[in-house]
Design a protein around this ligand. Structure first.
Ligand code: HEM
Ligand code: HEM
Length: 133
């Protein structure tokens, strides 16, 4: 039980750091080659990857019980499957100008959005005042 709690928070923090690295590397490359077509991919790698996942990790560190629920686990997978597919699909859509990627972008974005809704429901159910002893 205790291990599982720590795992969810640690997994989020490590994944956040990976997204941070990829996000800043992409920003650096964009700056070097003066090609800003992938600005939104850079922004969302950093914001949905680094910032959001670091917050999920810290939240589950401070509210360990909340990270143990089925909602939290489902959210974890929706975010971590949806986000990379969404960003790769958007990047391919922009660079190849092929609209065939649009349905993949839509479905993967929806996975992330549904995950965020589950995260919100989970926090409302799990984060509450502790009963007086
Ligand atoms: C060394 C690290 C970073 C580099 C080299 C970098 C580089 C860039 C570049 C070149 C752009 C495009 C600017 C333009 O279109 O004029 C950009 C945009 C952006 N970056 Fe970064 N970035 C870095 C870190 C971050 C981080 C950590 C975040 C978020 C936590 C972030 C969020 C954004 C956002 C939201 C935009 C879009 C801004 C807009 O809409 O005008 N960046 N970045
Ligand atoms: C599934 C969730 C999300 C979807 C579907 C989404 C969608 C979009 C779209 C369609 C754009 C316009 C991109 C463009 O002009 O090329 C955009 C821009 C932006 N979004 Fe999001 N977004 C999401 C989550 C977030 C979150 C969580 C943040 C902040 C924490 C955020 C911050 C931004 C910023 C700063 C921009 C401007 C970046 C730029 O100049 O390209 N987004 N988003």
């Amino acid at each position: 039980m205790e291990n599982g709690v720590i795992l969810v928070a640690q997994r989020y923090l490590k994944l956040a750091a990976i997204y941070f690295t990829v996000g800043v590397l992409l920003g650096m490359v964009m700056g070097i080659i003066h090609d800003f077509r992938l600005t939104s991919v850079h922004a969302h790698f950093n914001l949905l990857g680094w910032v959001s996942m670091a917050l999920f990790g810290l939240i589950y560190h401070f509210y360990p019980g909340a990270g143990q629920t089925k909602l939290a686990k489902t959210h974890f997978w929706l975010h971590n499957i949806g986000l990379p597919i969404m960003q790769i699909s958007i990047a391919l859509q922009i660079t190849t100008e092929n609209m065939a990627f649009l349905p993949i972008t839509i479905v993967s974005s929806l996975l992330v959005v549904i995950g965020v809704i589950l995260f919100t429901i989970n926090l409302f159910q799990q984060v509450r005042p502790t009963p007086a002893p």
